[in-house]
Design a binder for this molecule. Sequence first.
Ligand SMILES: *[C@@H]1O[C@H](CO)[C@@H](O)[C@H](O)[C@H]1NC(C)=O
Ligand SMILES: *[C@@H]1O[C@H](CO)[C@@H](O)[C@H](O)[C@H]1NC(C)=O
Ligand SMILES: *[C@@H]1O[C@H](CO)[C@@H](O)[C@H](O)[C@H]1NC(C)=O
Length: 388
Amino acid sequence: MNVLPAAVLVLFLVSYCAAGILNIPLTKARTPQWKFKRVPRRPWPFRVHALAKDIKLINYKNTLYYGPITIGTPGKEFNVAFDTGSSAMWVPSVHCLTRSVACQNYRRYDNASSNTYKDRGGTFRIEYDLGKVAGYWSQDSVTVGNLTVKNQTFGEAIIEPQLFADTTNDGILGLGFRHTNIDEDPTVFDNMVSQGVVSDPVFSFYLNSIESGGRDSVLTLGGTNPDYYTGDFTFVDLSVPDQWQFKMDRVQFSNGAATVCQDGCQGLVDSATSLIVGPIDEVDVIMSALGGIPMPGLPRMYIFDCSNVDNLPDLEFVLNGKKLPLKSRDYIMEMPIDGKTVCLSSLVGKTWEKEETPVWILGIFFMRTYYTQFDKGNSRIGFAKAKH
Ligand SMILES: *[C@@H]1O[C@H](CO)[C@@H](O)[C@H](O)[C@H]1NC(C)=O
Ligand SMILES: *[C@@H]1O[C@H](CO)[C@@H](O)[C@H](O)[C@H]1NC(C)=O
Ligand SMILES: *[C@@H]1O[C@H](CO)[C@@H](O)[C@H](O)[C@H]1NC(C)=O
């Protein structure tokens, strides 16, 4: 039993973007000495035929997906987690502090060896629950697949928390919304749209599971790819202007065993959070209805009898009047621990701070079942059944 907490911790670490799992909002120092010159945006939508590009993602233990980008001229490659739960992009810097082991362990950006580097001025600091990432803003060309944006602002990290030393990706590329209230520069995807390198302001994720084998996970920039989903999309409108957040109607079991969020509640889709996170009181109701045993610790996970998992009902997220079911194997995961198989919920309970609005975070365990399109032009998110 006492190996469990360590294993759980590992799982949380690989769900790296703790800003996602624990939903710590992004903060950044103001940089009054420098103002970004805005590139005029073209009206949406500009073209009918999409110039979309598929980016292959690497699946790390079904808990995090990351992919290659290059920065600078000549380009230097980095692996980044594509994170819909945050907006900034950062990679480790060659100037990272010697005492910051996490930063030393990874590929590092060297401004002196790029012809397209520009001094952006200003510092950044992003608070995750595992610690803070800090450094300064720089600008350079950034290439994702064969899509290149110029003058992209990104963070060069010189301090990273010790706990980031065990992750597999070098940095993070935020696909969330730019915070104009703190003068945040345009995101990579904003620049792809304004510089005309994608034709539609839409991107989509297909996340495979290691067990299903075969197909690679894919991030499609500039559209959706029908090879990866079946049926129609269920769309939900964004409920706030600056997050991939929407209203959910209900969360219920297919056999009626329990229903929560009965009068509606808020949900977020987060491509860099491994688990599905809900308010702890509601998750307690759901999990105890199935006989899950709560484990000590936060966020709260539940243990299940592995021999019974296949008999458990579907968990249905009701969005815009449509049911999006998850099979029990998607909300309960088998983990080999010390030669034994343990069944743990991938739906976990979180206590929100007083000033925070409780939300459900639909992370990777949800997005594997549902191909998800993030549509900035229409301020909506679409879910369709992923083709595995
Ligand atoms: C970029 O990639 C797409 C799809 O992979 C391909 O069709 C297109 O020709 C490529 N463009 C360039 C300029 O290489
Ligand atoms: C690289 O960045 C450092 C720190 O901001 C700066 O002192 C240096 O001048 C930069 N190098 C180049 C070639 O601009
Ligand atoms: C990038 O910045 C330079 C000036 O520093 C400017 O001449 C160029 O037009 C910019 N390119 C884009 C695509 O914004």
